[in-house]
Design a protein around this ligand. Structure first.
Ligand SMILES: *Cc1c(COP(=O)(O)O)cnc(C)c1O
Length: 411
């Protein structure tokens, strides 16, 4: 990939996505379940750029959404409503209402109170709400605590006893229709054992529900499949699919998967430009134009992204030394990489952060009144902008209008 031309054409910092690679990842994922009834619902929160979702929707992807905004994004780019599911612990009344009116496939329910709200709203709309209960299997996924979701101490899902109560309640309500069962134990999973244990546990529970004549059709295994950021060993797609299929032996479910990171993570790059080098008494810092507001993962999860110098103004061969790569934000936590070996760098050199396609731009913010960066896609060798860099006016227009209105009022 020619990052120098892209940086010259679109400026930096810049997100670049390889759309062909995204398609390939999606198709590989889908093909791992070849011959089975399976619906892949891409988890929009990983990267919710409309062009990215559209690329996947053309391959008949569904959408796993965690806000009504994401449901709207999915609908906007043509994801079929019967391939959209809505998860999350805190759905508001307005969100539930719109999801039911939109007639999406189902809502993943995470508490008794939520189920009652859904029933109440469905009754008002004179609809029957399709639901699935998120079971918390209480299994340690062995990932970072911030992205671990399947333990009793986490806010997600309900335990087996509660789930049973919810299913019986739903079965007896004229406004609720239990159609699925769901779990999601965490993100960036690199160990198959907790997944196997969870699928088996939830499959056993599903069998007991079927015995009670609760007629489930969908078995939703969540997302979470990890990718290799550094040199960690990851789960093979084949093994992932086989462990699920084995646990569901004899059960006639449509399998739903909600991969996010696996589909888009490896296809994304954050391109940054070196501004300065700075040496303190004990450390070497490379200061770049990208920062924690553009790529939050290092600061938030101590995540490691592979770093590559992709352009040097003076390509002399000099020795490498340890440094931290930091941004311009006024926080000591503002770093993009720590203790990496890099040659001496000068203003204008380019550094790329790899595997930045998931939870990169989608987590970015305007902190320090920094513009959210541009997103560019590469498809069949051609580059095109997928979202323009924000400008200052975009950031202040609402506040400015309010302030000007108030000043007029004072006159
Ligand atoms: C975040 C999330 C996903 C996607 O997780 P990845 O690790 O990106 O695959 C899927 N399902 C639910 C419910 C989520 O919260």
């Amino acid at each position: 990939m020619d990052f120098l031309s892209l940086a010259q054409k679109y400026k930096t910092p810049l997100y670049v996505y390889d759309l062909d690679r995204i398609k390939e990842q999606f198709l590989n994922f889908k093909n791992a379940f070849f011959g089975r009834k399976v619906l892949i619902c891409y988890a929009l929160k990983a990267n919710s750029n409309l062009s990215v979702i559209h690329t996947l929707s053309c391959l008949e992807s569904g959408a796993d959404c965690v806000s009504i905004g994401e449901v709207r994004r999915a609908i906007l780019v043509g994801v079929k409503k019967y391939r959209i599911i809505f998860s999350g612990v805190g759905k508001s009344d307005e969100e539930i209402k719109e999801a039911l009116e939109t007639d999406i496939l189902f809502l993943n329910v995470e508490s008794q109170q939520e189920l009652e709200r859904i029933e109440f709203i469905a009754k008002e709309l004179d609809k029957k709400a399709r639901i699935s209960v998120r079971l918390n299997p209480n299994i340690d996924p062995k990932t970072h605590p911030y992205i671990s979701t399947g333990l009793d101490e986490n806010k997600f899902g309900v335990d087996k006893e509660t789930a049973l109560k919810l299913y019986l309640y739903a079965k007896n309500s004229p406004f609720l229709e239990p159609v699925g069962i769901h779990f999601h134990i965490g993100s960036q999973l690199t160990d198959l054992a907790p997944i196997t244990a969870s699928v088996e546990k939830v499959a056993d529970f599903a069998r007991s529900l079927l015995a009670l004549k609760i007629d489930l059709k969908f078995f939703d295994v969540g997302g979470g499949l990890g990718i290799a950021y550094a040199n960690e060993k990851t789960i093979e797609l084949y093994d992932y699919a086989q462990t699920i299929l084995r646990a569901l032996k004899g059960l006639d479910f449509t399998i739903i998967c909600e991969p996010g990171r696996y589909i888009v993570g490896e296809s994304g790059y954050l391109v940054t430009k070196v501004l300065y080098e700075k040496h303190t008494k004990t450390k070497r810092f490379v200061i770049v134009d990208g920062a924690m507001n553009d790529l939050m993962r290092p600061t938030l999860y101590q995540a490691v992204h592979k770093v590559r110098v992709c352009f040097k103004n003076k390509p002399q061969k000099d020795s490498e030394s340890l440094c931290d790569i930091v941004g311009p934000i006024c926080e000591s936590g503002d770093y993009l990489a720590k203790n990496v070996m890099l040659p001496s760098l000068a203003s204008g050199d380019l550094i790329v952060f790899e595997n930045a396609g998931a939870y990169g731009y989608s987590m970015s913010s305007n902190y320090n009144t920094r513009k959210r960066v541009a997103e560019v896609g590469i498809e069949r060798g051609e580059d095109r902008v997928l979202k323009h860099r924000e400008n200052f006016e975009d950031m202040v227009s609402d506040e400015l209008k309010i302030l000007q209105g108030a000043q007029n009022g004072f006159k």
